[in-house]
Design a protein around this ligand. Structure first.
Ligand code: FES
Length: 203
């Protein structure tokens, strides 16, 4: 009888301990599930955000909208033909002295990045190396940017001399890199104006 009395409380205590351990295990399991669910949700949201930014090219735009790198060997020499950089939708022009300064604003030469979008209705303006300026009152000047849509005609510095465009070609910011290449910031566009030739930079 006396033995029954001592075993009873010991078993009760053991049951209490077992119940406590069961509860602790349940709690740990719930916490684990909560943490796992939260981590999964965070990963899902992160992946969605990453896809969104990637799709709209918002993180660090490459190509048009961001900085387009032009290797040193693609930079035209002064006085040579403009180089078309498709990735950035611009022409890199290296003016020799007052070349392209058809309105005489004081251009002294250098590099210009001309956005190829026509300020009239947005057509892409190509460089026409053989076009004779005689037909737009600049005889002897060969080589112009000439819009195929309505004929707006721009000098090598992007100055409009003919056609319905409301202004010269727009220019983009040029950044000189230490390795001799250039960065053209196609997200930083300045409306073209008659001072285009004075915006040219030297390298
Ligand atoms: S779009 Fe270029 S002249 Fe009209």
């Amino acid at each position: 009888m006396a033995q029954m009395e001592t075993v009873g409380p010991a078993r009760a205590a053991q049951r209490v301990e077992q119940a406590r351990q069961r509860e602790a295990r349940k709690l740990a399991r719930r916490s684990f599930l909560r943490v796992t669910a939260f981590a999964g949700l965070s990963l899902f949201v992160g992946a969605m955000l990453s896809s969104f930014l990637g799709f709209f090219n918002l993180r660090k735009p490459k190509g048009f909208g961001g900085v387009v790198n032009v290797p040193a060997n693609q930079i035209p020499a002064a006085g040579t033909e403009p180089v078309r950089i498709s990735a950035g939708k611009f022409f890199l022009v290296n003016l020799q002295g007052a070349e392209g300064d058809v309105l005489g604003v004081g251009g002294t030469g250098g590099l210009l990045a001309l956005y190829w979008k026509c300020p009239h209705l947005g057509c892409s303006v190509p460089w026409n190396a053989s076009f004779n300026g005689a037909s737009v009152n600049f005889p002897g000047v060969i080589g112009w940017f000439r819009c195929p849509c309505h004929g707006s005609t721009y000098s090598k510095a992007g100055i409009r001399v003919f056609g319905p465009a409301p202004r010269p070609l727009d220019t983009m910011e040029i950044i000189k890199n230490p390795d001799g290449s250039l960065g053209v910031n196609t997200g930083k566009i300045t409306f073209g104006d008659v001072d285009n030739p004075t915006r040219a930079i030297t390298i």
